[in-house]
Design a protein around this ligand. Structure first.
Ligand SMILES: NC(=O)c1ccc[n+]([C@@H]2O[C@H](COP(=O)([O-])OP(=O)(O)OC[C@H]3O[C@@H](n4cnc5c(N)ncnc54)[C@H](OP(=O)(O)O)[C@@H]3O)[C@@H](O)[C@H]2O)c1
Length: 360
C-alpha cells in the first residue's frame, strides 16, 4: 500500500511558501501530518510568516521549515530524510517576468529531476504527488468540448507548428505546458520502474481563493488579474474564453487527499476545475458578480477586445469546459461555491492591502 498516513512519518512539500503550496501545507497540517515545508529563503518574512501562523492549538500537525532550491542538486536530501511522502508543488513560474518561458521549461525539468533524485537517495518515500496543471490537459478542441483526465495537451498537435521546444521565449505558455506533459509522463515512469513509490498528479485550472501573504500577489497570476477588476482597473487576462475556476483551498485539500487516499494508483491524474457551470465564467460575468458583492465600489472592466469579440460573435469562446468530478468521486473532495471563492479572494486582496477599493 503506498498511501501515506500521518503515522507513517513526515511529508515534504516543495514550493511551500507559494499560493498553492501554502494551502497544501495547511490541508496537511489540519489532517495531522508532520510537514517539512521547503522554501527558497527562510529569512523572508513574507515567505514564512503565513506558514508559521498555521501552527495553532486546534491544528494537529507539526511544521518544520527547510531551505532548499530546486535548481541545486541534492538540495532536498536533508529535508527529505525520513519522509514517507513528497508533494512537489514548487516550480520557477513566469509571473512578473521573473523567469523567461525557456527558464520556466528548464527549471521545471531540472527541479523535478532533482526532487526525484533525492527520493531515490533517501528511500522510504511511498507516494509522490506532483502539481501539474490543466495546461497538461487542455488541447485544441471544438467549443464546448468537455475535457477529462483522459486528455493530454499533446493530443492532436500534429499540424501545430507551435507545439515544440524551438524559440520558447516567443511562444508564451507553450514551454510551461510541454514541461508539465513531459514531467507527468516522467514521474509515472520513474515511479513504475522504482517500484518503491507511486506518482499521482493534480491538474488545476484557474486557481483563485484566499491569498495568505502579500507574496501571493504575483503580477500576471489569476488572483492578481481578479484584483485588477476589484481595484477598478482593466483586467487584460483571459478575456477571449471562460475562466474555469477552482478554489485554492480545494487544491490544497485535494493534494492532501491524493497523498493519503487508498483509491489512488501510479499514473492517476486529477483535474481540479470548476464544480459545475457556475464556475465557468467569462470576465464580464466575473465583473457582474463583483459588482453584486460590492455595489458601492467601482469595479474594473475587461480588455477592450472582449467587447469587439462579443459584438462579432455574441459571446467569447465557451471553453475550457472541465469539472472536478473525478476528484469529488474518487477522493471525496467537497468543493467550494464560486461565490465563496470569489468573495474570499477579494477580501484577502483588500485585507492584505494589495487592492485599494475605489468608491463610486
Ligand atoms: N496558480 C494557478 O492558477 C495554477 C494552476 C495550475 C497549476 N499550478 C501549479 O501550482 C504550482 C504552484 O504555483 P503557484 O500558483 O502557487 O505559484 P507561486 O505562488 O509562484 O509558487 C511557486 C513556488 O515555487 C517555488 N519555487 C520557484 N522557484 C524555485 C526554486 N528554484 N527552488 C525552489 N522553489 C522554487 C517558490 O518558492 P519560494 O517562494 O520559496 O521562492 C514558490 O513557493 C506550480 O507547479 C504551478 O504550475 C498553478
Amino acid at each position: 500500500m503506498s498511501e501515506v498516513k500521518p503515522q507513517d512519518g513526515p511529508v515534504l512539500v516543495t514550493g511551500a511558501s507559494g499560493y498553492v503550496g501554502a494551502h497544501t501545507v495547511h490541508a496537511l497540517l489540519k489532517k495531522g501530518f508532520e510537514v517539512n515545508a521547503c522554501v527558497t529563503n527562510k529569512s523572508r518574512e513574507d515567505k514564512v510568516a503565513h506558514l508559521q501562523a498555521m501552527v495553532q492549538e486546534d491544528i494537529p500537525g507539526r511544521l518544520s521549515i527547510f531551505e532548499a532550491n530546486l535548481l541545486e542538486e541534492g538540495s532536498y536530501d536533508q529535508a527529505m530524510d525520513g519522509c514517507a511522502g513528497v508533494l512537489h508543488v514548487g516550480t520557477p513560474m513566469g509571473y512578473a517576468n521573473v523567469n523567461t518561458p525557456q527558464e520556466v521549461y528548464d527549471g521545471a525539468l531540472a527541479g523535478t529531476k532533482n526532487v526525484l533524485a533525492s527520493i531515490e537517495k533517501v528511500s522510504g518515500v511511498k507516494r509522490f504527488v506532483f502539481t501539474s496543471s490543466f495546461a497538461a490537459i487542455g488541447h485544441p478542441a471544438p467549443e464546448g468540448y468537455q475535457f477529462t483526465e483522459e486528455d493530454w495537451a499533446s493530443d492532436g498537435r500534429g499540424s501545430d507548428e507551435n507545439w515544440n521546444l524551438t524559440n520558447l521565449n516567443d511562444k508564451g505558455e507553450v514551454g510551461y505546458a510541454i514541461a508539465k506533459v513531459e514531467l507527468e509522463r516522467l514521474v509515472y515512469k520513474v515511479a513504475r520502474e522504482s517500484d518503491a513509490f507511486d506518482a499521482i498528479s493534480a491538474c488545476p485550472n484557474v486557481v483563485l481563493g484566499p491569498l495568505l501573504s502579500t507574496s501571493h500577489e504575483l503580477a500576471g497570476s489569476w488572483q492578481w488579474s481578479l484584483g485588477r477588476l476589484l481595484g477598478g482597473k482593466v483586467c487584460k487576462r483571459g478575456y477571449q474564453h471562460l475562466w474555469n475556476i477552482v478554489d485554492v483551498r480545494d487544491v490544497g485539500e485535494a493534494q492532501a487527499l491524493m497523498l493519503s487516499s487508498e483509491q489512488c494508483k501510479n499514473g492517476d491524474r486529477f483535474q481540479l476545475c470548476a464544480t459545475d457551470e457556475s464556475g465557468e465564467l467569462d470576465v464580464l460575468e466575473l465583473k457582474g458578480l463583483l459588482e453584486s458583492f460590492y455595489p458601492d465600489m467601482e469595479i474594473g472592466r475587461p480588455h477592450e477586445e472582449m467587447y469587439s469579440i462579443i459584438e462579432k460573435y455574441g459571446k467569447v469562446r465557451q471553453t475550457p469546459i472541465a469539472r472536478s468530478d473525478k476528484a469529488r468521486n474518487v477522493l471525496g473532495l467537497s468543493t467550494t461555491s464560486i461565490e465563496e471563492t470569489l468573495k474570499a479572494t477579494c477580501e484577502s486582496l483588500i485585507s492584505l492591502d494589495l487592492v485599494k477599493p475605489i468608491a463610486k
